[in-house]
Design a protein around this ligand. Sequence first.
Ligand code: ADP
Ligand code: MG
Length: 239
Amino acid sequence: MEYAIDAAAQEQFAVRCRGVTKTYGTGDARVTALSGIDLEVRRGELLMVVGPSGCGKTTLISVIAGILDQDSGQCEVLGHDLKDMGQRERARFRGLSIGFVFQLFNLLPALNAVENVSVPLLINGIARKNAEARAEEVLEAVSLGSRLDALPGKLSGGQQQRVAIARALVHEPKLIVCDEPTSNLDHVTGRSMMELLRWLYPFALPNTRGMICTSNSVVEDDIDKRTMDSQTIAAINKT
Ligand code: ADP
Ligand code: MG
């Protein structure tokens, strides 16, 4: 019976965090980054976490992605408590189930667009030829079909972030986490990036159960809310 309840919860939530706390450092240098965060990403939801610089967005995303351990509280991701997993199991879970988009794009400068996007597939053991064919498909979906061979340094900021989005999606992850994907882009490009994410999801990503996206400003505020009824704004600003 208990299993049935867990299975139902797993269906309903992509992420469920309760009372998550995290501090860095000790003594006078002690900083509280998260002081009891409750957060849920429901199935099919794109959750925006909005708050100013330093409020704990990256820390929260890192706990959810299993990159960082919380001090207390619980975080269940795709039905798993990552604290129960060993390091290798966690890394494998991340590699298979989570797609990341970062503030600074984090593309490998010596690799072209197709090679960058292939990386998650190669890590998961897909043969290079198949990985690159799939990477090309996803780059075409984000309108970069004409820049497949371009190195990141030859692309604009907006194009680099589209490569990064393609890389996050290429292995059809169940959860997509984006940490301030628009903060290094101008307003118009940032807006079109959010529109791209919303357009890609959930229709183009049938396996994706949820998306969580941080922002230090409400870039999305002036986007038509009627088209995004799956979206919730969760302010975690504790000031
Ligand atoms: P945000 O992403 O919203 O800007 P962060 O999660 O990066 O916020 O940081 C939250 C708080 O934790 C900030 O006060 C920051 O200075 C502090 N912090 C973040 N990472 C570290 C770290 N590795 N060591 C010490 N303090 C940190
Ligand atoms: Mg941050």
